[in-house]
Design a protein around this ligand. Structure first.
Ligand code: NAP
Length: 285
């Protein structure tokens, strides 16, 4: 099975690289860097390697910066149309999307077919990317996930460890509810999709996947991290509205992972007891 991974230098990309099964022939782009968005460059890689599966973990993920940058649409929306032009009809695309396609007005876990209504530009760009896939690509799985964390890249756990160590007092929002997702867990799930994929099947599916365990707020999450460390930083709860964010955030973005868990009979380890402790230990050692 030949798999091309786009976005290998990102947080999830690195985790996919660390967990790749032995029998996968994996390729990453080591030539074009940011110029991979140019159609001819992507075409060169696709034509040379002829992947059976393309994993797209490439995205513009800076939610705040995106508010004033229409460039967010290049990677998150238009690139999906570029992909559609250069891949073979049989190539199976596994694409990662986000809980930020929802407005947060629900109070029970979001199911894949719930109505989308993004409230920030990042969410809008990711939804347009999903729609381009549905419109132009023949064979795909879209996996929406939420709040990734790992020892790599930019993420809340890493940021909090540094803040809790360096500051006496910090404010963290306590009115957004979500389920954190360990990159390692999502990576294992993606590899399980790859290994279960048959080259004959065409399965256009939209899935949700977040960590195994409870939903919580960023404030609760920060306190869990603090409790695992030995610093006296005071964490103050704060309302999102008081935080001066440029981008609006959904106040509720809990995803239901039932559909994909049932489909693959996938067993996640708990995000809190297993992955959070593991990640903190990796980051502080
Ligand atoms: N992080 C989260 O909490 C979260 C939550 C929900 C969904 N997601 C989704 O999960 C996926 C993976 O996220 P992540 O946290 O791994 O993202 P990330 O760490 O920001 O990595 C993004 C990857 O995309 C590449 N990239 C970004 N803009 C590019 C451009 N213009 N041209 C070429 N490459 C570009 C980056 O390359 P460079 O290294 O060169 O920048 C990097 O390899 C994304 O689809 C994201 O939308 C993430």
């Amino acid at each position: 099975m030949k798999v091309l991974l786009l976005g290998h230098s990102g947080q999830l990309g690195k985790s996919l690289l660390r967990t790749v099964p032995n029998n996968i022939n994996l390729k990453i782009d080591t030539v074009y860097g940011r110029k991979i968005l140019i159609e001819q460059n992507l075409k060169n890689i696709i034509n040379n390697f002829a992947p059976n599966i393309l994993i797209n973990s490439l995205a513009y993920t800076n939610v705040e910066k995106a508010e004033n940058d229409d460039g967010v649409y290049d990677a998150n929306s238009y690139f999906l149309k570029t992909i559609s032009k250069v891949i073979n009809k049989k190539t199976f695309l596994i694409h990662i999307s986000t809980d930020y396609v929802f407005d947060g007005n629900k109070n029970t876990p979001y199911q894949p077919l719930d109505i989308t209504n993004p409230i920030n530009k990042y969410g809008k760009s990711k939804l347009l990317g999903e729609n381009n896939i549905k419109k132009y690509i023949e064979n795909y799985n879209i996996i929406r996930t939420s709040s990734l964390f790992s020892k790599n890249g930019v993420n809340f756990v890493k940021k909090m460890i540094n803040l809790i160590r360096d500051k006496k007092r910090i404010s963290v929002v306590n009115d957004q509810l979500f389920i954190p997702t360990p990159c390692e867990d999502l990576s294992q799930l993606i590899w399980s999709i790859v290994l279960n994929h048959s080259s004959e099947s065409v399965e256009n599916q939209l899935y949700h996947f977040s960590g195994n365990g409870r939903a919580l707020t960023w404030f609760d999450f920060a306190n869990l991290i603090k409790n695992a460390l030995f610093y006296n930083c005071i964490i103050e709860p704060q309302k999102t509205i008081n935080m001066n964010f440029k981008a609006k955030r959904p106040l509720y973005s809990v995803l239901s992972s039932k559909k994909i868990i049932n489909k693959l009979d996938y067993k996640s380890l708990p995000w809190e007891e297993y992955y959070l402790n593991k990640t903190i230990n990796e980051l502080i050692k």
